[in-house]
Each structure stands twice: as C-alpha cells, then as structure tokens.
Write a protein that binds this ligand. Structure first.
Ligand SMILES: [Zn+2]
Length: 258
C-alpha cells in the first residue's frame, strides 16, 4: 500500500507518493504566486489551490502509470497546508474573496502602535496605572500587562468609594482573574460614553484610591515584603471607611497570567 502526501504551501502545491517502506515513487509540484493589492496585502486566489491540486494529481496518476504502477495502490492520503490563512466562503463553500494569507501585513500599523506604547520588548514601562472605569478598556490594559509581564495597578472609583487591585507578574493572578473583566466588558460596550454613566467621579474617592495606587507602586518597587494580595476598598458608607478584602478569583482568564 502507498501513501500520498499533499502539501498546500505558500509557493506551490506538492504531492508525493511513498511506498510502504518510505521510498519516494513519484512526485509532482505546481508553483503559484501570491499577489498583493496594496503593499502590505498578501492574498492568494483559492481557485489556484484547487487547480494546482487537480494538475498535481493528474500528474501523479500519469507518472505512476508510466512506471507500470496502479494509482489504486494508494491506500492513504495525508494533507498539510499553510496556517492562519483566512478564506471567506458562501454556503456552498465557494470563495467570496481572495484568501488573506498568514503573512499578510495589513495589521502592521496596529502592531507598530503597540510597540510604540510598550517598547519593542514590552519593557518600556515599569508599571501600568489603570484609572479607567470602562471594563472593556481595563480588559485590554490587563491583557497588555500580562503579555509583557508589567505590573498593573488597577483603580476605580464611584461617588462614594472605590477599590484598588494589583497584578504582579509571577506573584499573583491578573485583574481579569480577579474581576472577570472579559464578561463585564461585554456589558460595557452598551454603556460606554459619558452620557450613559449616571455616576460622576468625585474628589475624595479619587484622592484616596489614587493615593493607595501610588502606595502600591512604591511597595512593589521598594521590595516591600507585604504585597497587596487583597483588594483595597474605600466605602464612605461603611463603618471602617477603608479596608481590604480577600481577592476573589472568579475567572480563569486564559491569558497565562500564572
Ligand atoms: Zn489571569
């Protein structure tokens, strides 16, 4: 029994027939080129793949017959292809657009923007202070902090209080794990914008929470043994006014923060 290997690669389609012992019996290759619509666009016509496959298989059959072998001896087929390539298809599977290849560069400006913010290795900043109430923005900041292993000091206030939570890489779990930002970010999309936010920030909670955030920064970088492993809370209407409470790990963020 023979094995047919098919490789749909960036530059062409290759097919090889192996004997049971691993020897190459026949092979075929059809080259095709990607094309660009703009400098950074790298696209390929999916029809090229099917045409290439059909030409390759016809060639394989022809070559097997030429050495007096029977294509029916092929008992198994293995297929590999390029990864991360995007093809939009209709209900019947027909391509609606040229394939956007894995090495397409149209999001380069976004990655350049991230690099400008984080530095090429993400180490431009020693810590991130997050003072945003929008959970979608907090989710993105947290993701950046986890990705580049930057301590993230997250603070938020309401008219009567606020809280501080910290993420210290390799010491504790991230802010998404603590507050499940991913879930609340979905709701934030509907609420975002000042006109939908009925609670303006006021001075005293901002002062208290801001001071606590700065204190955490000092603690982290002065090597203080007592790191904030609990959530710092301020509540005007509570008896204690300021207190800490255990951090609830309510989410598995999936970002690999631990
Ligand atoms: Zn996490």
């Amino acid at each position: 029994m023979y094995v047919l290997g098919i490789d749909l690669s960036t530059s062409g389609l290759k097919a090889i027939v192996y004997s049971a012992e691993g020897g190459i019996l026949v092979n075929s290759r059809i080259d095709y080129n990607f094309f660009t619509r703009k400098d950074e666009f790298i696209e390929q016509d999916p029809d090229l793949w099917l045409t290439g496959l059909s030409l390759c298989l016809e060639d394989i059959v022809r070559k097997l017959e030429k050495i007096n072998d029977n294509p029916k001896n092929i008992g198994s087929i293995g297929v590999t292809s390029t990864s991360g390539t995007l093809v939009f298809v209709d209900e019947q599977g027909n391509p609606l657009h040229s394939a956007i290849m894995y090495n397409d560069g149209r999001c380069k400006s976004d990655s350049e923007r991230w690099k400008a913010i984080t530095g090429s290795n993400g180490k431009r900043y020693e810590a991130i202070f997050g003072c945003v109430d929008n959970d979608k923005a907090r989710y993105l900041i947290n993701r950046l902090a986890v990705r580049y292993k930057i301590p993230y000091i997250d603070g938020g206030t309401s008219p009567s209080g606020g809280n501080v939570a910290v993420y210290i890489p390799s010491k504790n779990r991230c802010v998404d794990c603590q507050f499940n930002l991913k879930e609340s970010a979905k709701e934030a999309v509907e609420k975002e914008g000042c006109t939908n936010n009925p609670n303006p920030s006021i001075i005293i909670p901002n002062l208290i929470i801001g001071s606590a955030m700065v204190a955490e920064f000092v603690n982290i970088f002065s090597g203080a043994p007592q790191l904030l492993e609990r959530t710092f809370k301020h509540d005007t209407y509570s008896r204690d006014k300021v207190y800490t409470q255990p951090t609830l790990l309510i989410s598995q963020c999936g970002l690999g923060c631990t």
